[in-house]
Design a protein around this ligand. Structure first.
Ligand SMILES: *Cc1c(COP(=O)(O)O)cnc(C)c1O
Length: 454
């Protein structure tokens, strides 16, 4: 499989060449040249790692050790059960797909655990090293650190806003004692962290010399890893490959639901992809009106991992909507930079809706009363919109993107008590922490990276 940029620049690349990259050099996102075909009949009975190998092989055909990598990644030891992503049936035709049983209790582990193993493999084959530099407001940073900890040839430098994350989120990162993990707590906001990362990346000489890389949500391998669980969920929720299902997905950067779109392009019988946003409703507006309008401000909500002003993976879907016309994509994104919006009609197979703080609390309460399940605020957004859009006679699979233990305050607001915490997280906040507090200054970050190279 070769990969193209959505903006049409450069030559097609192999998977191993785009794995360590973020954006393509022309500013576009990498997409596969063609969609592989699913073999539903052959795949239905497979175990999770076997299914993952089948789904991923065409996308990663230049990774000779793929089977072994996948088998080492999707294990009971890491994800808590042999099912990896267990499907819970709430009532006939209504299911919750559990994607949050990895080390950091959010679905990002499903992709980042694989990414860590793929990075290690490609770096070993090429005899090189990588310094991963990133900024986080919470979930991504901890998932990335847990995926990269202890890996050969990789170090992580993660910027986080000092004193602005929950104690639990901070401890998930700062309590890691692995020497290749470096937590830099910035005196400032998440935006300050992102600005500093941009400044460091703007120094091309430093970036090349220090082999700086990223693990951001536009990385193609993360998308590919997420395609697997759409197949898995479908096989668990249906009896025959003739059935169609709907998926409800709480969305921020459009990575998770875009993986569902890829699964459908590969032949998975998905009737509709139901997209849910929180109060930051860029994507809901697009799927209702055809108007894509980035926001100047991001609202801080109680489903914080969906607080975005623009959806970084959206360009991949727009590329398909315009019939893979990269000139048209380039023009649209120029227009976006100039006017802050564009119109792009013709989306199909998606429906959308929005969920607010009150909706979230109500949904958490209702699911608890009716089915005895406890869901996190992001999952609640997806379930709320999924139920609104539910179609008679079509199974609805709602993706569970985090566990409630991560968002105890909102659960307490909904139910009047805190959610249970998995045993391995007891006392997490009391563990010794490894973190360096720095000013929002690119020089401080460069110093930290250089000092760690010895
Ligand atoms: C990242 C995240 C989302 C949003 O996923 P996207 O791929 O950005 O659309 C939803 N829920 C949780 C818990 C997340 O961490």
């Amino acid at each position: 499989m070769r990969y193209l940029s959505t903006r049409g620049g450069g030559k097609p690349q192999r998977f191993s060449d785009i794995l360590l990259e973020g954006l393509a050099p022309d500013g576009g996102l990498y997409v596969p040249e063609s969609w592989p075909r699913a073999d539903l009949a052959a795949w239905r009975g497979l175990r999770y790692p076997e299914l993952a190998a089948e789904v991923l092989r065409p996308f990663m055909d230049d990774v000779p050790a793929l089977e072994a990598i996948v088998a080492r990644t999707y294990t009971r030891a890491v994800f808590g059960s042999d099912d990896i992503a267990p499907l819970k049936t709430l009532e006939p035709g209504l299911h919750l797909l559990g994607l949050s049983n990895g080390p950091t209790l959010a679905f990002k582990d499903m992709a980042l655990q694989l990414l860590g193993a793929l990075f290690e493999d490609v770096l070993a084959r090429r005899g090189r090293t990588l310094n991963v530099l990133g900024a986080t407001s919470g979930d991504t940073g901890s998932a990335a650190e847990h995926a990269m900890r202890g890996r050969e040839r990789i170090a992580v430098f993660m910027l986080s806003p000092h004193g602005r994350m929950s104690a639990f989120q901070a401890a998930q990162m700062y309590a890691l004692q692995d020497p290749n993990i470096h937590n830099l707590a910035v005196e400032g906001t998440f935006d300050d962290c992102q600005d500093v990362v941009k400044q460091v990346n703007a120094d091309a000489a430093f970036k090349a010399r220090m082999r700086i890389g990223a693990v951001n949500s536009i990385n193609w391998a993360r998308i590919a890893a997420q395609v697997v669980y759409y197949f898995w969920g479908y096989f668990r929720a249906t009896r025959s490959d003739a059935e169609r299902v709907d998926f409800a997905v709480p969305s921020g950067n459009f990575g998770n639901i875009y993986a569902g779109y890829v699964a459908r392009r590969m032949g998975l019988p998905v009737s509709r992809l139901i997209l849910a946003t929180n109060e930051n409703d860029v994507l809901d507006e697009f799927f209702r009106t055809g108007r894509y309008r980035v926001r100047r401000d991001v609202r801080a909500t109680s489903s914080p991992s969906m607080d975005i002003s623009k959806a970084s993976n959206f360009e991949r879907y727009a590329f398909e909507l315009v019939g893979r016309d990269s000139k048209r994509v380039t023009t649209l994104w120029e227009q976006l930079a100039r006017d802050g919006e564009f119109e792009l009609p013709g989306a199909s197979g998606f429906v959308s809706g929005k969920s607010t703080h009150d909706d979230r609390l109500t949904t958490i309460r209702q699911l608890h009363e009716k089915y005895g399940v406890l869901v996190d605020p992001h999952t609640a957004d997806g379930v709320k919109v999924g139920l609104e859009q539910r179609a008679a006679g079509v199974a609805l699979i709602c993706l569970e993107t985090a566990l409630p233990a991560k968002f105890a305050a909102t659960i307490a607001a909904a139910l009047g008590r805190e959610p249970p915490r998995p045993a391995r997280f007891e006392g997490l906040e009391q563990l010794p922490q490894r973190v360096e507090v720095i000013m929002p200054d690119a020089r401080a970050v460069k110093r930290a990276i250089e000092a760690a190279q010895a």
